[in-house]
Design a protein around this ligand. Structure first.
Ligand code: SF4
Ligand code: SF4
Length: 170
């Protein structure tokens, strides 16, 4: 049987789980939140209207795969990014989609390298916050560091545009 686009693409991507696209995902109800908490995942605002927020990077992500896949919440079951939708509609081929994912991962990797070179940042944060923290904490550094900061800012802006256009739409 031919693998589905989800099997082929999501297992080499994980950007909607690792904090690159989202800072959190909204849960449907308290039962869902409790079940995920029992599995050791971090939930925020669990008492407010509905089920709370599953924080990202998601603790259930192992490599690029969900380790609780059969038990993942509704929001994860129903989400399909723009790229996945385009592949399912036949507007983008699977090979082209793989290239787009590889390009996004490569650029994100570069952003993370620059954050490490600045010597700051908490990698448990979503990508944008991780980057913003690194930039804030490394302010008033020497000229070489300032060039690195400018490189990080430019790389992050480019990544945000790419993620928006490819995975979120518009
Ligand atoms: S961002 Fe899209 S392709 Fe990547 S894992 Fe999520 S749904 Fe799949
Ligand atoms: S529960 Fe699984 S599918 Fe949902 S965000 Fe976490 S890793 Fe991704």
């Amino acid at each position: 049987m031919k693998p589905s686009p989800t099997d082929t693409l999501c297992t080499r991507c994980g950007l909607c789980c690792d904090g690159s696209l989202f800072a959190d995902v909204e849960l449907a109800n308290g039962d869902e939140a409790s079940a995920l908490e029992v599995m050791g995942l971090e939930i925020e605002d669990a008492d407010k209207d509905g089920g709370g927020l599953l924080l990202q990077p998601c603790g259930a992500l192992k490599g690029r795969r969900c380790r609780i896949y059969p038990h993942r919440p509704d929001c994860c079951r129903t989400f399909a990014c723009r790229l996945l939708q385009e592949v399912e509609l036949g507007a983008v081929g699977v090979e082209r989609a793989k290239e787009k994912i590889a390009e996004a991962l490569k650029r994100i990797e570069r952003v993370k390298e620059l954050v490490v070179q600045l010597g700051t940042g908490d990698e448990r944060l979503p990508l944008t916050e991780h980057c913003a923290e690194a930039l804030a904490l490394s302010e008033a550094a020497d000229p070489a560091m300032n060039r690195k900061r400018a490189e990080l800012q430019a790389a992050m802006t480019a990544v945000e545009r790419l993620l928006q256009a490819t995975f979120l739409g518009g």
